[in-house]
Ligand binder design. Structure first.
Ligand code: OSB
Ligand code: MG
Length: 382
């Protein structure tokens, strides 16, 4: 990469504090309704949280993996293994976060596991300094635009009802999941009813290049983008498809770090990148990717992993970073959960924006009783 100052430099210079205790706490929260995608339908969120304690200060982070490898190769099980057996031993007080990231590079992949540790340390440092995470990142407060990801529905009526609700809530854009056989007609139904709605689709890799002519039919609906139409591991074939489509391609699953984003942009495989901070290994790498994309005119937004209030707050702070130019998959807590483990819940204001929690650290409070109520596993690591 070129020798320009890193957008993550302020975070890279921070030092790892002394850690007194580390726990992994897995919670299971029922979804208000099942979340269907082309790869799987989830009915609850099983989230592995990390609890760090240092000098009486407690910081929480969330691993964005699922218990299964259906969206991404990492699982809560692999992340536990990597954190416990490889990453935690590298966390020494006094190291800078940049140096720690250098040590983490020895472990190939497993960005979600790495992000869990890095986020926990960042939140801990922010709490100890008494500043919001976004201030630690050197970013000014601003409202964050909202976006809703609507899962596959059984009927078009159900889909239209969900979109209607999103429009009434003032979401800034709506994403609908599609899959082979549940795409063009379903998009048309939404577009006919909501002609000017900022709308996009996400296929989670359900198509192949043989479907190019079919995918091109999406061009008539003035979509903001089509997310990950081809394989979860592909970049090159997306570059061939992008040449055939007017609609912008956005990559999600295939982007595991800055190098992948650089490859995708060089090949013309996408015009927009979905950054999930966990998938790319943490906030510092996310800031690098966002800066890199923005400098090349490539749109960037923050994806989501239907996180609890902990991970949701991380995504909100992240979106204050330079380069985040489009509404992300950042929705209200109530879209997924009746009762979250953290307070306050994420809500939209009258214009559909989300306020950045302004307290120290994440600015949300993890409620101990709710953790205890939802915990399905608790393991002390240190
Ligand atoms: O592909 O963006 C995706 C959720 C789980 C796994 C993959 C994806 C999603 C979402 C929901 O689309 C994003 C959210 O609302 O948090
Ligand atoms: Mg996606």
């Amino acid at each position: 990469m070129p020798d320009t100052p890193s957008p993550a430099a302020v975070l890279e210079a921070l030092e790892v504090p002394k850690i007194d205790r580390v726990d992994l706490v897995t919670v299971r929260l029922p979804f208000v309704s099942p979340f269907g995608t082309s790869v799987y339908t989830w009915t609850d969120k099983e989230a592995m949280l990390m609890r760090l304690e240092s000098g009486g200060v407690v910081a929480w982070s969330e691993c964005v993996s699922d218990p299964d490898p259906f969206y991404f190769y990492e699982t809560n099980g692999t992340a536990r293994h990597i954190i416990k057996d490889f990453l935690l031993g590298l966390v020494e007080p006094g190291l800078t976060l940049g140096e720690l990231a250098g040590k983490f590079r020895h472990v190939r992949g497993h960005g979600m596991a790495k992000a869990t540790v890095e986020n926990g340390l960042l939140v801990l440092i922010a709490l100890r300094k008494g500043v919001p995470l976004r201030e630690l990142m050197g970013r000014p407060a601003r409202r964050i635009p909202s976006g809703l990801s609507i899962g596959l529905k059984e009927t078009k009526e159900e889909l239209l009802a969900a979109v209607e609700k999103a429009v009434a809530r003032k979401y800034h854009r709506v994403k609908m999941k599609v899959r082979k056989g549940q795409d063009v007609d379903w998009v048309r139904a939404v577009r006919d009813r909501f002609p000017s709605l900022p709308l996009m689709v996400d296929a989670n890799g359900d198509y192949t290049l043989a479907d190019a002519a079919h995918l091109r039919r999406l061009d008539e609906f003035d979509l903001m983008m089509v997310e990950q139409p081809l394989s979860y591991s592909d970049i090159y074939e997306h570059s061939l498809l992008q040449k055939e489509m007017r609609t912008a391609i956005c990559l999600d699953e295939s982007i595991h770090g800055l190098a992948d984003a650089a490859t995708a942009i060089a090949l013309g495989a996408c015009r927009i990148v979905n950054i999930k901070q966990g998938r790319v290994g943490g906030l510092m790498e996310s800031m690098r990717i966002a800066g890199f994309c923005a400098a090349r005119g490539v749109g960037v937004w923050s994806g989501g992993m239907d996180e609890t209030g902990v991970g949701r707050a991380v995504n909100i702070h992240l979106q204050t970073a330079e380069g985040f130019s489009l509404p992300g998959d950042t929705s209200e807590t109530s879209n997924y959960f009746d009762e979250d483990i953290a307070d306050p819940p994420v809500v939209l204001d009258a214009d559909g924006f989300i306020a950045i929690p302004e307290g120290p650290g994440l600015g949300v409070r993890v409620v101990p009783e709710r953790i205890l109520k939802r915990a399905v596993r608790w393991e002390r690591l240190r």
